[in-house]
Design a binder for this molecule. Structure first.
Ligand code: NAI
Length: 706
């Protein structure tokens, strides 16, 4: 046995306890330890049955994800196969019972399915979430699960990765009994019952009765494939998982396992899985702020105040009350306040209708909001979140007012998307308490929160903001105070190139399609129409004086706005929209583009999807490299997480910087140089990109060396 696995004899029942904190992951030593215990029990006459249980807060929560990277990088050569362990459990002459609490996910559930029986506490959850890392179960999960739960449940669990609660697992046949009270005692009692009945343990791999193909089996797989193509667009793992479960209905167990292993290895070594594992660790990495001392105090946020109940203020208010934090919500007019509140109510009512939570939860949340037209109660707030119109003069006026009413320790957070946090802070007597909390629309849905530190922002305010993001169920990423911060500064370059491509001859729908096919949630022009083209138009007007007259500027978006084409909200923008907001290309836009480009002397030509993807994506990467060099993002992975959680970047490409690493920085750099030669100084390569390309480096390696 090993340190990680303990064995004891409880009056004839051998109890194998996995003790690998914090989550009993299947790190090297764990499977071997369990296998040794099972083997030892076979020849020990004092043992009649075995119980496998986890110490601490959970059963085996899953594989050790770090090990996947070690295998693909070649660092780890051996591959202890869980298959042997599960066969040893299944072939045990003495009944084996797994006792599940907490979570049995991935390899954890696969191990449990190697046992003859499974019992669980009612709060336990089981699942095969491998697809979320671009993988499929690799230890016979796709073969044993359909035998226990039937193909429909197995396909759902393996292809979509959502957890299943104990009661549902019982109903599906994954779990044999729920245990109220002490799990270990309950499992031992269950073992004695089995022994008393004298039942011969049944091997899950031999339970073929739920596999029998019926006409409906084919439709289950067809429906799952359709759903995967729709909701997991571009991802290979869900389709591989469906194929593997289908194999269980076509081939004997051993052959099904062999095919599962082939599919697993294909997924494991794919760029998709590597990208998704990068994203998984990235979300944890961004929470680490290297320059903050570990003991930086974190203030508790018990009460909040929000200024502005518009699109963003309403969503921000929902974030707070969803986390149980009461909000005083201030507006300037009763009409705006009523409108804001009505939107919040409508959003919650939709959730109730969809069954996400009951009416009582909605009522509780609504009761936490105190709508008003004054600053009453602001003196009690631990944080004031500002979301008024974008404009420096107004922001400064509002911050000066907040400064007068907020208590000394309160954090003053602005949701500005472009304005200088330091200048906003200068309107207060406490710039060290001012910070940007930049949410993304819809603020109650999008997971990203850019946390913008100003020159004076105190470490406590940063630490508290990071902790608050977590509490609000957001991914907080700390960024510096430059124009557009990180996400929007980069998206500006991406949008610029999308428009230049249109001017140079690509149809708007061709630009959008190329990027949608790349995996983006939406094409850039359709996204502009959704967000409202007038937003950028107003910002461009505000910053007109800062524009560089020696570089090219996009022509069409401003012209669309001047025609009143603001996007979806006005029924037309880059596209024309019908009453259901379905877009169609508009000849009027084509004519406008042709006229403006002719006047400007821009030569139009045929442009293919590869150039569209390179021009827009490498514009992101080049600006990202500049941002890194200037220190406005802490690490390349921070930029990736911003794009994955706030901009609809496909998770299976890992974010723009990871994508560039995957393509190869030399190749990216060469293409950037090509664009520079053709399009001028907007494409000057970022010095960091040049250096890494020449050194054969990657952004990921640079992060590791930090
Ligand atoms: P909005 O126009 O929907 O809402 C602004 C609200 O603030 C209006 O209801 C207005 O009545 C209210 N307001 C104005 N002055 C006020 C005052 N002195 N006291 C109280 N309320 C006041 O604008 P939206 O889109 O919500 O934008 C708000 C802020 O969020 C802006 O700084 C914007 O740049 C930023 N932002 C917007 C995003 C978006 O997608 N709309 C995304 C991220 C940030």
């Amino acid at each position: 046995m090993s340190e990680l696995v303990k064995f004891s004899n409880q009056g004839g029942i051998g109890v194998i306890t996995v003790d690998n904190p914090p989550v009993n992951a299947l790190s090297p030593g764990v499977p071997e330890g369990i296998q040794a215990a099972v083997k030892q029990a076979q020849t020990d006459d004092s043992i009649q049955a075995l119980v496998l249980i986890g110490a601490g807060r959970t059963f085996i929560a899953g594989a050790d994800i770090k090990e996947f990277g070690k295998i693909t990088s070649g660092e780890r050569k051996d591959r202890f196969s869980l298959t042997e362990l599960m066969l040893a459990m299944e072939d045990s002459s003495k009944p084996v019972i797994c006792a599940i609490h907490g979570t049995a996910f991935g390899g954890g559930l696969e191990v449990a399915m190697g046992a003859h029986y499974r019992v669980a506490v009612p709060s336990a959850q089981v699942g095969q979430p491998e697809v979320k890392l671009g993988l499929i179960p690799g230890a016979a999960g796709t073969q044993r699960l359909p035998r226990l739960a039937g193909v429909a449940k197995a396909v759902e669990m393996c292809a979509f990765g959502e957890p299943v609660k104990a009661a549902e697992a019982l109903e599906a046949g994954i779990v044999d009994r729920l245990i109220d009270g002490d799990l270990r005692e309950g499992a031992i009692a269950f073992a004695r019952e089995i022994l008393a009945k004298g039942e011969k343990p049944r091997k899950p791999r031999e339970r073929n009765e739920k596999l029998a193909a019926t006409p409906s089996t084919a439709s289950i797989f067809a429906a799952a494939r359709e759903l995967a193509r729709k909701t997991r667009r571009g991802m290979m793992a869900p389709l591989a998982a469906i194929e593997s479960v289908e194999n269980a209905t076509r081939y004997p167990f051993d052959q099904g396992c062999k095919k599962e292993m082939e599919l697993f290895v294909k997924c494991l070594f794919s760029d998709q899985s590597k990208a998704m594992i990068h994203a998984f660790f990235g979300e944890r990495e961004v929470a680490k702020i290297p320059f903050l001392p570990k003991d930086t105090p974190v203030a508790e946020i018990r009460k909040a105040a929000v200024v502005g109940a518009g699109t963003m203020g309403g969503g921000i208010t929902m974030n707070y009350v969803n986390a149980g934090i009461p909000v005083v919500l201030k507006e300037t007019t009763q009409e705006a306040l009523d409108r804001g509140l009505a939107t919040i109510r409508k959003n919650y009512a939709n959730s109730v209708k969809k069954g996400r939570f009951p009416q009582s939860v909605m009522d509780q949340r609504m009761a936490l909001i105190r709508p008003q037209l004054t600053y009453d109660g602001f003196e009690e707030a631990d944080i004031v979140a500002e979301a008024v119109f974008e404009g420096m003069a107004l922001k400064k006026q509002v911050f000066a007012e907040i400064d007068k009413v907020a208590k000394p320790g309160a954090i003053l957070a602005s949701n500005t998307s472009t304005l200088d946090i330091d200048e906003i802070a200068s309107a207060t007597s406490r710039p060290h308490m001012v910070i940007g909390h930049h949410y993304f629309s819809p603020a109650n849905v999008m997971r990203l929160m850019e946390i913008v530190r100003g020159n004076a922002t105190s470490p406590e305010v940063i630490a508290t903001s990071m902790a608050l993001a977590k509490k609000l169920n957001k991914v907080g990423v700390l960024v510096g105070n430059c124009r557009g911060f990180v996400g929007n500064r980069m998206i500006h370059c991406y949008g610029r190139e999308a428009q230049f491509l249109v001017e140079e001859g690509a149809a708007p729908e061709a630009v959008d399609k190329a990027l949608y096919d790349f995996g983006m949630a939406m094409g850039p022009l359709a996204m502009g129409d959704l967000a409202g083209l007038d937003v950028g138009w107003r910002i461009r007007k505000e910053f007109k004086h800062l524009e560089d007259p020696t570089v090219r500027h996009a022509l069409v978006a401003d012209a669309l706005c001047e025609m009143g084409r603001y996007g979806q909200k006005t029924g037309s923008g880059w596209y024309r929209y019908d009453e259901n907001r379905n877009p169609s290309p508009d000849p009027e836009v084509t004519a406008l583009i042709e006229r403006l480009t002719k006047e400007a002397g821009i030569e139009r030509r045929a442009i293919g999807p590869d150039e569209i993807v390179d021009r827009t994506l490498y514009a992101l990467v080049n600006e990202g490299a500049r941002i890194l060099e200037e220190g406005f993002a802490l690490r390349a992975v921070d930029i990736d997480i911003i794009y994955l959680t706030g901009y609809g970047f496909p998770v299976y490409r890992g974010g723009p910087m990871w994508y560039a690493d995957t393509v190869g920085l030399k190749k990216v750099y060469d293409r950037v140089c090509e664009f520079e030669a053709r399009h001028g100084k907007l494409w000057t390569p970022a010095p960091l990109l040049k250096r890494l390309a020449e050194e054969g480096g990657t952004f990921a390696k640079m992060d590791k060396e930090k």
